[in-house]
Design a protein. Sequence first.
Length: 179
Amino acid sequence: MTDLLPPLTDAEWPGEIAHLLPGFAGRLNVYRVMAHNPALLAAWERLRNHVVLESALTPQQSEVVILRTGHRWEAPYEWAHHVVRGRATGLSEARIDSARQDPAAWEAGSEDAALMGAVDSLLDHGKLSAGQLADLQARIGTTAVIDVMATVGMYTTLAFLVQTFATPIEPEIAAQLGG
């Protein structure tokens, strides 16, 4: 499939967001696609920094949420990146694989099951049930629950981009996956 909106090259990069090129935005094809809308990418920087670098979720919790979101949106780009990132945080292959499983296969009562169930509820119903909210607040706190919602929202938007525009996975990520 041909890229419908290819990642911008360095030479095509918009001058008004030149300061983003050497950082996160220049490293990933998804942001090189988003750079077709410079105002959005500029605004995105702060949300991205919060969700990726400043979240109340631990790195492993964040990756579990992102992996489930990527799986649910059938976004191979996001899945590939977050398998690599998940491994880097210490997630086991079993925990990574669980994000692709039917909820009946999850370890009942586990934190991962609660987080992935929250993703499913947000994507299926646009909200958490009262029971899910109470459980997650007790497990991770209110601030982290809101960060779960922000993470699902952010990676939903990224899934829309990579799926619509057939964003290619970077060769170094594919190599780390063995493909």
